[in-house]
Design a protein around this ligand. Structure first.
Ligand SMILES: *Cc1c(COP(=O)(O)O)cnc(C)c1O
Length: 391
């Protein structure tokens, strides 16, 4: 640790092996991974079909650069467009980079419309990444503090507030795009209301703004459909995905439709390792396994069971303010700070993550089964009891 820049303060545990939803530490203790490496391990750990494919692809071809044709990249773009209804794709290595691409497209679009200082409307409490532009787009002071001057060209509105949206649409003439998470992830599992997302789509249509939807955490089946937007039949102009897309191999993608398809030209944007054959082939395999085992449907069923069970179990709990989410993306908001819960959970063989000081976040793998859902509920009950007596 002493050679690492101090950006993370990890819990005192080291995992040495994984299988499905389970991880084992060096002493042989077993943990149910209900956070999936922050929404990354969609297939759980070391899925045998995924592992054997990764081994084969590593032995075949890993990287050649975008100077050459990459069939795996073209096929992944084809599959993603088919699944999302979008037209074109740009591949990067992370969520932040996918969002940077979206932001650059929005600015190109603004300049095409002859705006000198085009602005993107973003929301309070949003999280879009850690690069300078994406941390500016994020709505958390702690992500931004100390990194001033922040990027210009962002306007901010409260989340789920229709009147504020309309007011901004009427009062500002520099907006060219709206960027939104359908469920704010790092911000505390706040679900956008149907009305709010429809209002954004309508305003974008009315004012010729681009609707940028960040499904980096909600996408790839986590909420029971490939995209959260598909629950509402809303189609963005720009869509970003990353996290679990290749089940742990870094990848990000920015997808476009309509006018956003034609804004780039060669040398306008790029990534040296983005779109490499290895990451793209592994993403294709990951999506193939999700389809083969109908894991989106499993996420929908098990997610609903988990949400209902937690809501019932904590309905009258003195510490619990609300239990919310969609599919396998669930937040339990307590009425006081509870950072210690991630540590207490470790002692009880459960991995969860606490965000915004008082919200327990659950992002279990899409392969989770009923008995494992029951395990999470049972452990959380014990964990909250211990937290209650110790705090
Ligand atoms: C994780 C996340 C990001 C940032 O992704 P990185 O891979 O960490 O750069 C952006 N937006 C959302 C909604 C996320 O959940």
């Amino acid at each position: 640790m002493k050679r690492l820049l101090f950006t993370y303060d990890p819990l005192p545990v080291t995992f040495t092996r994984g299988e499905g939803v389970w991880l084992w530490d060096e002493k042989g203790n077993r943990y149910l991974d209900a956070i999936s490496g922050i929404g990354i391990n969609l297939l759980g750990h070391e899925n045998p079909e995924w592992v054997s494919f990764v081994q084969q692809q590593a032995a075949k071809l890993v990287h050649v650069s975008n100077l050459y044709q990459i069939p795996e990249k073209e096929l992944l773009a084809e599959v993603l467009c088919h699944k999302t209804g979008m037209d074109k794709a740009f591949f990067a290595n992370s969520g932040s980079e996918a969002n940077e691409c979206a932001i650059k497209l929005a600015r190109l679009y603004g300049h095409r419309k002859h705006f000198d200082n085009p602005s993107i409307l973003v929301f309070e409490n949003a999280f879009h990444g850690r690069t300078l532009a994406t941390l500016t787009a994020s709505g958390h002071r702690q992500v931004q503090a100390g990194f001033e001057p922040l990027a210009s060209g962002f306007a901010r509105a409260p989340f789920n507030d229709m009147n504020a949206l309309k007011q901004i649409a009427n009062s500002r003439n520099d907006i060219v795009a709206v960027m939104v998470e359908p469920i704010q992830g790092a911000g505390g599992i706040h679900v956008a209301s149907e009305q709010f997302l429809r209002e954004i789509r309508q305003l974008c249509d009315k004012h010729d703004w681009l609707m940028i939807v960040d499904e980096i955490q909600t996408g790839m089946g986590r909420t029971g459909k490939f995209l959260y937007c598909q629950h509402l039949d809303i189609k963005p102009d720009i869509l970003t995905l990353s996290k679990g897309l290749a089940n742990g191999i870094p990848i990000g993608v920015c997808l476009t439709q309509g006018i956003a398809n034609e804004l780039f030209a060669p040398d306008k944007h790029g990534s040296t390792s983005g779109g490499n054959p290895f990451a793209c082939a592994v993403a294709l395999q990951t999506l193939g396994i999700i389809d083969k085992y109908d894991l989106m449907n499993n996420a929908s069923i098990q997610g609903e069971n988990l949400l209902k069970a937690l809501q019932e179990q904590f309905h009258h709990h003195p510490l619990v303010k609300s239990v919310r989410g969609k599919g396998l993306m669930i937040g339990i908001e307590l009425n006081k700070p509870c950072k210690e819960i991630s540590k207490i959970s470790l002692q009880h063989g459960l991995l969860v993550n606490v965000i915004q000081h008082n919200i327990i976040r659950l992002l279990p793998p899409l392969v989770i089964q009923s008995q494992e859902v029951a395990y999470i509920c049972e452990k959380l009950n014990i964990i909250l009891k211990q937290f209650e007596t110790e705090s």
